[in-house]
Design a protein around this ligand. Structure first.
Ligand code: ADP
Length: 300
């Protein structure tokens, strides 16, 4: 199978009942969405053009592309922090504004964004307070989430007493506290050192698999995108378009060994080529290349 597809062909054909059901049951369904800023002024910017993207329930999708290609803008459209200039955005089968009001998603950014005057556990409780959960229930849930990110010994600490990686885990616990079906993440591990970052990637996969959460994840790192994702969405420089979608069929349990797997390297090459606008290699071509490299290695 060719894991590299141009997404236009994926535009939801809403006349087809099966496709319509897939869109309704999806975590995100974006159809023909464009976003321009400062419309009608000399500073008008076409940030996104004609975006079609369906993220299935339970799917992990990464967005990758050069700076300024509109990754954060696309995430903010899904979060309904901004409105599209054209097209539609459905989140958990509802208009994005409805999904936002219902708190159907959690968000995590590069900065953990914790409140230093609240203890760790009270930071995680915050979205539950906003939802009106009573004190006992929200404490129970926050403690459960902190156990999930392995921070149960730090519940009474203040955020500033924790390392950057631990703070990011608190932010993820907070984003997941209300068990949202969807998590939106914008370079959440960008500020972490390489070892912590790899550890956090594995933790995130474990947590999302346990909670069956769908994720849309913005990153600049090709290995990070490939390691985490079911699909890597590659975007072009401004105006941002989706140029390729690379499907990653690694085992659901991804470990340190995954990072040494030739298939993993093949997918990294595929995404890199897509980013360079080369028209990524097909899976078959990558297999031939790997076989040829292996036979050359034997000859030597
Ligand atoms: P990325 O996340 O891929 O780096 P962004 O989504 O932040 O890209 O930005 C895409 C483009 O839209 C950039 O050219 C950026 O300058 C522009 N842009 C983003 N937000 C605004 C805004 N509020 N007003 C004007 N231009 C914006």
């Amino acid at each position: 199978m060719n894991g590299d597809r141009v997404v236009d062909r994926d535009r939801p054909a809403l006349a087809d009942p099966a496709q319509r059901a897939a869109v309704t049951n999806s975590a995100v369904a974006i159809s023909g969405a464009s976003k321009s800023f400062n419309v009608g002024t000399p500073g008008e910017v076409d940030a996104l053009v004609d975006i079609d993207l369906v993220v299935a329930a339970g799917e992990f999708v990464s967005l990758i592309g050069p700076s300024g290609c509109g990754k954060s803008t696309l995430l903010r459209l899904i979060a309904n922090l901004i409105e599209p200039t054209a097209g539609s955005v459905l989140v958990t089968g509802k208009p994005a504004a409805r999904a936002r009001a219902d708190q159907d998603y959690g968000m995590a950014f590069q900065q953990a964004g914790l409140f230093d005057w609240r203890s760790v556990v009270r930071n995680v409780e915050l979205p539950l307070e906003l939802k009106g959960w009573d004190r006992r229930r929200r404490r129970e849930r926050a403690l459960e989430m902190l156990a999930l990110v392995k921070l149960d010994e730090f519940v009474d600490h203040r955020p500033w007493q924790l390392s950057g990686g631990m703070q990011q885990r608190v932010a993820i616990a907070r984003a997941l506290a209300a068990a949202p079906p969807l998590l939106l993440m914008d370079e959440p591990f960008g500020a972490l050192d390489e070892m912590t970052r790899e550890h956090m990637q594995s933790e995130l996969l474990r947590i999302c698999a346990e909670a069956r959460t769908s994720v849309v994840f913005v990153t600049h790192s090709i290995p990070e995108a490939v390691f985490l994702s079911h699909r890597v969405v590659v975007m072009s420089p401004r105006p941002g378009r989706i140029t390729h979608v690379v499907t990653v069929e690694l085992s659901p349990v991804r470990t340190v060994d995954t990072r040494e797997d030739p298939y993993f390297f093949g997918k990294i090459t595929q995404v890199r080529e897509a980013l360079r606008g080369l028209g990524a290699s097909t899976d078959d071509e990558l297999l031939i290349e790997q076989a040829s490299r292996a036979s050359h290695a034997k000859e030597r």
